[in-house]
Ligand binder design. Structure first.
Ligand SMILES: [Zn+2]
Length: 246
């Protein structure tokens, strides 16, 4: 019990020190971390820690450097579904939910890595539907490097699962769900995510404010920002992995 509070506290203090998450975001992440560590065990929490550390690391190598302080909405959209898997596992004692937890966070990690390392691709990403080339770093695009990195992200989380149980089939499922989650994220990003244009510098952006001015919606729905896309993608992985594993 003490360690289940201690480990998430260390991570929360690190996040505080790194100044990467707003205070309310850190408090929520800390609470969800305790739930995951206490109900799901240390390995489940280790997998979450890896996602957190690689997310911070990948922000550093992102080609379009922007201020990336995560807020409470980003924590909710990225960690809530995974936490729900652990709670369901604890309540029902059904191992499926435990494996689904790894699937969901594999999706999150794959998407994070694909949208950071993937942007380093020399070739331009393409829009999956129009097959048109996009600008590097524009969300919704798919590059070969991004797809490859998505698979690696899934395999990282799959490998952590192997510590708990050496089950190669589950390793493959988790790896594949990481890949699929990231791919789904790109599709929904392309189709529904709100895109804006800055009326001052005329750049395309995901933000409602640019150059300190309100931007104009040019594509997608204003209600659907990147957090909603991430949440939808997590729910998608949750459902598909349930269907595969049940
Ligand atoms: Zn601007």
């Amino acid at each position: 019990m003490y360690l289940s509070i201690l480990f998430p506290s260390i991570l929360a203090l690190y996040a505080l020190y790194k100044n990467k998450i707003t205070i309310s975001g850190i408090i929520l992440a800390w609470l969800l971390g305790i739930i995951i560590c206490y109900l799901g065990g240390y390995i489940a929490f280790l997998a979450l820690t890896i996602v957190f550390l690689l997310t911070i690391l990948s922000d550093k190598i992102k080609s379009n450097k922007e201020d990336k302080t995560r807020n409470i909405m980003q924590i909710i959209s990225n960690v809530l579904t995974a936490t729900m898997c652990i709670v369901l596992f604890y309540v029902t004692n059904n191992n499926i939910f435990y494996i689904m937890y790894y699937c969901v966070i594999a999706g999150s990690l794959s998407d994070t890595l694909a949208s950071s390392i993937g942007t380093l691709s020399k070739s331009k990403p393409i829009n999956i539907f129009t097959l048109k080339k996009l600008k590097i770093g524009e969300s919704g695009g798919v590059s070969l490097l991004g797809l490859f990195i998505s698979l690696i992200g899934g395999m990282i989380i799959g490998s952590i699962y192997l510590i708990v149980e050496f089950n190669l089939m589950n390793f493959i499922i988790i790896s594949f769900m990481g890949f699929l989650g990231s791919f789904f994220d790109s599709i929904v990003g392309t189709l529904l995510e709100a895109k804006y244009r800055c009326l001052k510098c005329h750049k395309k952006t995901n933000d409602k404010i640019h150059c300190k001015k309100k931007t104009k919606l040019i594509k997608g729905y204003s209600l659907i920002d990147n957090n909603v896309v991430n949440l939808l993608s997590n729910i998608f992985v949750f459902l598909i992995s349930y269907l595969i594993l049940k």
